[in-house]
Design a protein around this ligand. Structure first.
Ligand code: 2HA
Ligand code: ZN
Length: 273
């Protein structure tokens, strides 16, 4: 019989709250139809919630290479969705469909420390590179979410929408909230092989200007201070995409808010663009 293991989340309220937020978001991703099969990934930097007892926990996996050197991640800890795991399963049981990893002192490998030896996401190099860059550049961001929002992905099958800031301006103009709650807009990354270092590098370079980037014909990658905030940015963008599509399917092209109305929003809400 399988031994019942006590989760590292037991008696660690702050850590449990962060992991439970991941589970809540994973449920939303599934309900929205954005997370078919094992689609999508979530990683969060949980280093601030790691106590001495957790620091001394033994590894429950071999040291595994990340594939790149990430000098700012030495001794950091992440909760990561497991590779091949489903968001809908993670929503019910985050510690059996994801795991907590420790980045080793070589900054190039990691071990799993809890709860079970669930191998992290296939996009781990991309996610960890982004977290390394947050620390390097002093950003307060702790969460990265990759998912496949149907309408936003559909829009990347149109060349006109892939030109710089065409989608950003279109989506902002559909409803005022989108600019207010996704104030840096949507970056576009031309198609690249999923899981590749080229995709990771392109993602980091776009994140200098955007909090949400679109991987052409694949999905979005969003970052924020926590997983819920990253999800909200994707959600408002996809809501705008749905409004655009609703107008189109009623037989007209939506007017969109005017440039003047959008400028007025930026002033009133102190938005960066
Ligand atoms: O891990 O969505 O792009 C599942 C994915 C990879
Ligand atoms: Zn994907």
């Amino acid at each position: 019989m399988r031994e019942i293991m006590e989760s590292v989340l037991t008696n660690r309220a702050a850590l449990a709250a962060e992991v439970n937020k991941v589970a809540e978001v994973a449920g939303y991703l599934w309900q929205k139809g954005w997370a078919e099969r094992n689609g999508g990934n979530i990683t969060i930097n949980i280093t601030e919630h790691i106590d001495d007892e957790m620091r001394s926990l033994p590894a429950i996996s071999e040291a595994k290479p990340i594939g790149i050197i990430l000098p700012h991640l030495k001794g950091t800890y992440f909760y990561c969705k497991g590779t091949n795991k489903r968001m809908r399963d993670l929503a019910r049981d985050p510690m059996r469909n994801g795991s907590i990893i420790r980045i080793l002192d070589d900054c190039a490998s990691y071990v799993i420390i809890a709860d079970e030896p669930v191998m992290p996401t296939s996009e781990l190099p991309a996610h960890l590179s982004v977290h390394n860059w947050f620390i390097e550049t002093g950003k307060p961001y702790k969460a990265s979410v990759h998912t496949h929002p149907i309408e936003l992905v559909a829009m990347t099958h149109c060349k006109e929408f892939l030109k710089k800031d065409v989608l950003t301006n279109l989506l902002w103009s559909m409803i005022p909230e989108t600019k207010a709650f996704c104030p840096r807009g949507l970056g576009i990354i031309p198609y690249k092989l999923p899981g590749s270092n080229a995709l990771a590098d392109a993602t980091i370079s776009e994140l200098s200007d955007y909090d949400v980037v679109m991987w052409e014909k694949h999905g979005v990658f969003a970052v924020d201070t926590d997983v819920m905030a990253a999800f909200d940015q994707i959600d408002v963008l996809n809501k705008s995409a749905l409004i655009y599509i609703a107008a189109k399917s009623m037989g007209f092209s939506p007017d969109g808010m005017s440039q003047e109305q959008m400028r007025e929003m930026s002033v009133a809400f102190h938005l960066p663009k």
